[in-house]
Design a binder for this molecule. Sequence first.
Ligand code: GLU
Length: 394
Amino acid sequence: MDLLSSRINSLPISATLAMAAKARELKNKGVDIIGLSLGEPDFNTPEFIKNAAVKAVEDNWNSYSPVDGYLDLKKAICNKFKRDNKINYKTSQIVVSTGAKQSIANVCMVLLNPGDEVLLPAPYWVSYSAIATLAEAKSTIIPSTIESDFKITPEQLQAAITSKTKLVMFNSPNNPSGTIYTEKELFALGEVLKNHPNIFILSDEIYEHINYGTPHFSIASIPELYERTVTVNGVAKAFAMTGWRIGYIGAPEWIAKACNKMQGQITSGANCIAQRATIAAVKAPVKNIQYMVDEFSKRREIIIKLLKAIPGIKVNQPHGAFYVFPNISAYFGKILGGKKIENAADFALYLLEEAHVATVNGDAFGNGDCIRISYAASEENIRTAIDRIAKALQ
Ligand code: GLU
């Protein structure tokens, strides 16, 4: 008899974390795995942020924090939103959480009822659909292809809306494709949403600063959508702070209040030392982290060039984040390593077993023709990994 709840049984395992765990397990067994599955900067957290954390320990920041975050951190976040995103939030509209993932879960839990529909422009980050499922909502995927640079059109958005649509989750720069929607494109999508006042928008901007030249645009800066948009961000990606677990939202006050209540029953305030360190991160001029973005940009050029040289792999040009999302469907139906490749999962498994390179199957992101490769890895590892992939596919 299955004693687990139907809630957990209906939840898929996180494909990104599962692949990372598999790669770690093989590594521990002595297999020379190159992990390109996890989106995790390989840099150290910058010194000025680490120093702020050390000072917080020394200054005895060890008590529970307010559930929604320290006031001075929330003020710093408001300033950041104004500086980078042209959005005005009051501190009562900010909730600091244990990672952007918790921020997203809070928003879904407080807005969605069973049977509500959530629109997911694909490809989308793996946990969006899983979190929507947890909230007993139904996900509707709006597909895109490599030919459209993995972007959806206003017509597609309009066609996907029903009377049950409650939330749409945007993510630009996008994980897994690296696609960035321009201001003009977001305005066009926004025009559709303006006509549907019952739909809320979650704009996940966690890759905002990992951008190779397209100006970032925040949906909440469109005045008509401000009252129904939640902007999600965090410090993990831009400041190489994945393990510190700090995310935050800027939201209409009533949504922020509800998230505060939800978080108060589940985790309370986020880690106090990490919050103090985050103040240093969000206050710092963006140019302080440009060296990491420059390095990612260099690696992007390298990986694209190498992937383009492999027959049967169609490569997109990512403009942000640190992922590339190649279409590998030309290999479907082919025999590799004695096994027929039926889908992207088979393909990713083959790369893991034969080339010892960990990637993530695109199905988990709502596009089964692709795999996700993270280039948040050293240049040497990228070169070796793609070389191994090329050999395994010969
Ligand atoms: N967001 C990162 C990724 O997509 C971290 C892993 C996760 O939390 O899913 O790889």
